[in-house]
Design a binder for this molecule. Structure first.
Ligand SMILES: [Zn+2]
Length: 165
């Protein structure tokens, strides 16, 4: 197995409108159950940054449990198809909440990300995970970049710029 260098620092930029979708969903959903959705956007061509342009809502057939969230695949696909057609935004990851745990991916989360990474049809080389956790200081968001060989926490920044629509 070849050794791969772990990138020292990665930046994830989230469009303010995408963060607003997440915030609206988090505050409008049952506080003791997980919720989430897909993340769409693109990798910057000139750096290692990832840009999230759209956050999906969970969809009507999502499964919400205290320690598990399963998105509605048909709903996610419809959104992904639309964003690809309109803005060439691709599926780069997912966001979900941890009402009862910290903002680190759980073993269940990591297993599902690895499944995505190993699925040749999906063509992921890395998977972005945004986790919204409840802490004593209030809700906090952490960004994680997962590959088949490492998990790193990325720094998160919010962009006010709107893409052309
Ligand atoms: Zn989780």
């Amino acid at each position: 197995m070849s050794r791969r260098a772990t990138p020292r620092e990665r930046v994830v930029t989230v469009q303010a409108s995408a963060l607003e979708t997440i915030t609206t969903e988090v505050f409008g959903s049952a506080p003791d159950l997980e919720t989430g959705g897909i993340l769409l956007g693109y990798a910057a061509s000139d750096s290692a940054d990832l840009h999230v342009t759209v956050a999906g809502d969970p969809g009507p057939n999502a499964l919400h449990e205290p320690r598990r969230f399963l998105r509605d695949p048909a709903h996610a696909q419809t959104l992904a198809d639309r964003e690809w057609a309109d803005h060439q935004a691709v599926w780069i990851g997912e966001w979900h909440t941890h009402p009862a745990a910290g903002p680190k991916p759980s073993d269940i989360d990591l297993r599902s990300y690895l499944q995505h990474l190993e699925d040749p049809d999906l063509q992921f080389t890395e998977f972005l995970s945004l986790i919204v956790a409840n802490t004593d200081a209030g809700p906090t968001v952490a960004a994680w970049i997962v590959t088949s060989t490492y998990l790193i926490e990325a720094s998160l920044s919010v962009s006010e710029c709107q893409p052309d629509r």
